[in-house]
Design a binder for this molecule. Sequence first.
Ligand code: DWN
Length: 409
Amino acid sequence: MILPTHTCRSCASQRLASILSLGETPLADALLMPQQLDKHEPVFPLELVFCHDCALVQILETVAPEVLFGADYPYFSSFSPALLRHSRSNALQLMASCKLDHRSLVIELASNDGYLLKNYAAAGIPVLGIDPAAPCATAAIAAGVPTLIEFFGVALAEKLAQDGKQADVVHANNVLAHVADTNGFVEGISLLLKDKGVAVIECPYVRDLVDRCEFDTIYHEHLCYFSVTALDRLFRRHHLYINDIKQLDIHGGSVRLYVQHVENVGATVNDMLREEYETGVDRLEYYRNFAGAVIRLRTLLSTLLHDLKRAGKSIAAYGAAAKGATLLNYVGIGTDTIDFVVDRNVHKHGKFMPGQHVPIYPTDQLLQRMPDYVLLLAWNFFDEIVSQQQEYLDAGGQFIVPVPMPKIV
Ligand code: DWN
């Protein structure tokens, strides 16, 4: 079914075909305060589509960035130790490979709470963060990471370049998929990057989303779901080239792109492009069965939780994650099924999950309340969380991992 009322975020084609609809859903990171529970909660359509002309998978709805990433944006990267380790390793590799020193400049777009740039700053390498969400940007500044509390785009890139602030390294982790002006963002990277600079960009990989049925990573913050094919066409449109690529486990499966002004495309990129062509990732057919797999997963998870409740078991959840909101709302898991969610992020405590209004508590509540089962909404940090909650497991608790297939561990 072609949707003539919309155009592709990358190539402006109108040849968009529907893959999956998750219905009208609340904003995944719009956690509620107690006084908001009886107020109207805005919901928006969440429909995943495929562009026949550039292969970009994307959602149709664009919620205003000021609404998504405003003063209440609750996501702080530093509450994930695994993410901190992952980021530090990336920074150390680039310090060495790019021979960065006090004359260099490293800029991160969507720099959050300084989780990544602090590694460069500690080594005496000049940094600049850019993030529109005041809560985490303020935390970054307090941690010694200079940060502009602004949205990034062509206008800011031009200003920085005019001020002589072009970068040797531009980081953009889990932000390219989030921006309403996809082309403007990439053009901004081109303007910000020194001639011999490198943009190091991480984003979730659409093949992992489909192959591992990670439907819960679909929410309004994530406007695009990238294949290498779609990324390559997007960057080439702005005379930028993906010269190297790494596949990563972080966030359920991501790619790290090494993008430069000069074309020197390596085997890692050509191999992935060829693999995508051979498996059909650049054609609609590849996504044809995804909706069916998601519906089957919903049924299996709902039945498992229902059976546990009928057996008199108590269930909680771990990770007040954005993906957790999508999962709870799409599967219909509410306070009749799970009693509470725990999370390490103190900014989320005392609030409630969007849509299902499940309360969010500190993680020590698992041992204190000892639910029989814990639904792992932050499954992408399984190893970290299981090792952290060994005492709960030793006391007889069990985790339920919801994707790619619901299983009790
Ligand atoms: O793209 C995005 C990803 C990168 O982060 C953002 N748009 C929003 C956010 O999505 P998410 O909330 O699904 O991401 P996480 O990082 O998977 O969320 C994990 C949640 O679990 C956080 O609230 C932190 C929490 N956590 C915890 O309580 N204990 C995480 C770890 C590792 C832990 O040990």
